[in-house]
Design a protein around this ligand. Structure first.
Ligand SMILES: [Zn+2]
Length: 70
């Protein structure tokens, strides 16, 4: 278990981060805000999902295009 803090209500809560990947969504148990997992310098962080406009049009299936490398 890893402790995370909600970026909005500042509530600390436990999360089994091993079960999540970058880009996964979850809801804050306190304020129910939609959060998204983001990796920063290899460490998972929580961000508010609706902070910026994300194209959610292409949800055809999977995260295939998330990690493309040259
Ligand atoms: Zn919250």
């Amino acid at each position: 278990m890893t402790k995370f803090r909600c970026p909005d209500c500042k509530q600390l809560f436990d999360l089994e981060i091993e079960e999540y990947d970058e880009g996964d969504f979850l809801n804050c148990p306190e304020c129910n805000l939609e959060l998204v997992i983001e990796l920063k310098a290899g460490k998972p962080k929580l961000k508010i999902a609706k902070e910026k406009d994300i194209d959610e049009e292409d949800e055809a299936g999977g995260f295939d295009e998330a990690f493309e490398e040259e």
